[in-house]
Design a binder for this molecule. Structure first.
Ligand code: URA
Length: 194
């Protein structure tokens, strides 16, 4: 499994299928373990991810790690983390449809190799890429979707992006952080059942 993922990673290293290939410093392929029940798909690498070649290493990533830690998950033991696109879009803009399309081959290969039982779709870009137009994140976060064969029938849950939580600091009942806490507890519960 590790070797199969390594082969896809090597393919990415030479990739120039879209314009992002010209501006990237590093391919940001994945972090975490190669055989997890739980996979998280984010949007796209940012500044620090591009520099280090690892997903979610900036402030948003640190918050994500803390959220996972609260329910006993870690990158070292439980999760595989990747993004919809493997190269940083300039100025952290959202990836363009043709960039997501070009990179789908790699994300699909990651899903095919790992076959996670649960996939967390972190933010609107990830939701759109996997589920299409199912509504905005505020409406659909915390809901379970039954994935089709494209995702090996995984259970899918859209969750808020940690950058959004960084911009909304309240922990009051009903706030984004409070909702995220409910969602991650639900994920833990499903994880333990599967
Ligand atoms: N935001 C993402 O969606 N992915 C990263 O890797 C970093 C920030």
């Amino acid at each position: 499994m590790y070797e199969e993922l390594e082969n896809i990673y090597k393919k990415c290293l030479d990739c120039q299928k879209c314009g992002l290939g010209k501006t990237r410093t590093n391919i940001v392929f994945s972090d975490g373990i190669p055989n997890p029940k739980l996979m998280l798909i984010g949007e796209a690498p940012g500044f620090y991810e591009d520099k280090q070649g690892k997903p979610f290493v900036g402030k948003a990533g640190q918050l994500l790690d803390k959220i996972f830690e609260c329910v006993g998950f870690s990158r070292q033991n439980d999760i595989y983390i990747c993004n919809t696109v493997k190269c940083r879009p300039p100025e952290n803009r959202n990836p363009e449809p043709q960039e997501k399309e070009a990179c789908w081959e790699y994300l699909k290969a990651q899903i095919d190799i790992i076959k996670p039982k649960i996939i967390l779709l972190c933010g609107n870009v990830a939701v759109q890429s996997i589920l299409g137009n199912v509504g905005g994140i505020t409406k659909i976060r915390g809901k379970w979707f039954n994935g089709d064969e494209k995702v090996h029938n995984a259970k899918l849950m859209p969750i808020f992006h940690p950058s959004y939580l960084l911009r909304n600091d309240s922990r009051e009942k009903g706030s984004p952080k409070w909702l995220m806490w409910q969602d991650i507890k639900e994920v833990r519960k499903k994880y333990d059942e599967l």
